[in-house]
Design a protein around this ligand. Structure first.
Ligand code: ATP
Length: 236
């Protein structure tokens, strides 16, 4: 579904991505793991149209979409739940959710239908739908960021660090929802610093270091790889 070819990205003179090649097949969950500053978020932002690549190509179903705007990417069937959640603190839960579908100009009835689906998945958001997003707990804000992305009914959901700063029990809850979404057919590209979690939750994985892919393969194999375990999973 998503093909990335020789992608490069810069912030001013500083190069963040050095020729990334990657493939995300329809229905797959693919993890992107690596240390702080490896370029994981930059790669997701390039895919979503938030950072303009300086070279290479991004293809969706074989057609190039390199350099498309984020709104256009939403219309192509992508949605991003950003790192740090970035919910609009001064807007209500409902208003935050509505923002997720703006590029699609949905009819009111369809917007309401999608919102009900999201409330069925995240009952806490329903209870708190009139509350300002800034008053939610970290876990609830993460659910809201995911719910906002799901309002676009994406074919490809991009998740940037969904477990960041969350307690283990809430992280379990978030990963169980990711698993349900994958089972329902959503293709998922997930960025995580928690490599063990991401590898356990995905089919294939790419390991990014210094803006390069240094390892890729079946997630289960990578999880058991001794050198990888020593270097990235904090185990010998
Ligand atoms: P993290 O988990 O810390 O977000 P990451 O793997 O997602 O790490 P990126 O955020 O993609 O890494 O950062 C890759 C490189 O690009 C880093 O060297 C970072 O300092 C730099 N970078 C990221 N965003 C910007 C920006 N807006 N302006 C300048 N440099 C940036």
């Amino acid at each position: 579904m998503l093909t990335i070819k020789n992608l490069t990205a810069h912030y001013g003179a500083a190069q963040a991505l050095f020729g990334i090649d990657m493939e995300v097949g329809a229905g797959q969950t693919v993890a992107l793991v690596g240390a702080n500053g490896a370029g994981k978020s930059t790669l997701l932002k390039c895919v979503m149209g938030l950072v303009r690549p300086t070279g290479g190509e991004i293809l969706l179903d074989g057609k190039t979409v390199t350099g498309s705007s984020p709104a256009r990417m939403v219309r192509h069937g992508l949605a991003l739940s950003p790192e740090g959640r970035e919910v609009f603190a001064q807007l209500s839960v409902l208003e935050n959710l509505q923002l997720g579908a703006i590029p699609l100009s949905l009819a009111k009835a369809e917007e309401t239908r999608r919102m009900e689906e999201i409330f069925a998945r995240f009952p806490k958001l329903k209870e708190r739908r009139q509350q300002l997003a800034g008053t939610l707990s970290g876990g609830e804000q993460q659910m809201l960021a995911m719910g906002r992305a799901l309002m676009a009914a994406p074919r490809l959901l991009l998740l940037d660090e969904p477990s960041l700063g969350l307690a283990p029990l809430i992280t379990d809850e978030i990963f169980s929802i990711i698993h349900q979404l994958a089972r329902a057919g959503t293709t998922i590209l997930i960025v995580e610093q928690n490599a063990a979690r991401a590898l356990s939750a995905s089919d294939t994985a790419y390991l990014l270091a210094g803006g390069n892919i240094v390892e890729q393969g079946n997630s289960r194999d990578l999880l058991l790889d001794p050198s990888l375990r020593a270097a990235f999973l904090g185990a010998a």
